[in-house]
Design a protein around this ligand. Sequence first.
Ligand SMILES: [Zn+2]
Length: 126
Amino acid sequence: MNYCPNCGSALKENPIYCPNCGQKLVHTPNEGTQTKETRQQIKKKMEEARNNELGSGILGIILGIGGLSFVIQRTVTIGDMFNFRVFMIDRSAIYGVIAIILGIILTGCADQYRRKHKELKNKLED
Ligand SMILES: [Zn+2]
């Protein structure tokens, strides 16, 4: 049987508040530790989000620029026709296009991670 540390009345089960005097019965030190752990977890998640943001952002930009320059390389001017330049794009340029698309997707992912980081930061400041 537990007793309320404030008024000494016997407690059935494990209430959060003493039904007699209203004393909070959850140990404060435990609560403090728990809050600290949660904050640490949030900070860890924030760090992960930031790393993912940087990783996918940098990779996305590299793929985008690389893909674009690849497509430009594969584009050949084959002549002028009625004062219009005629281009021919090599079929292998499709790999450049794929790289550009992947780059765009990764940049989008980076934005999602940036938002997640911001969300977690707000949570931490609450
Ligand atoms: Zn009490």
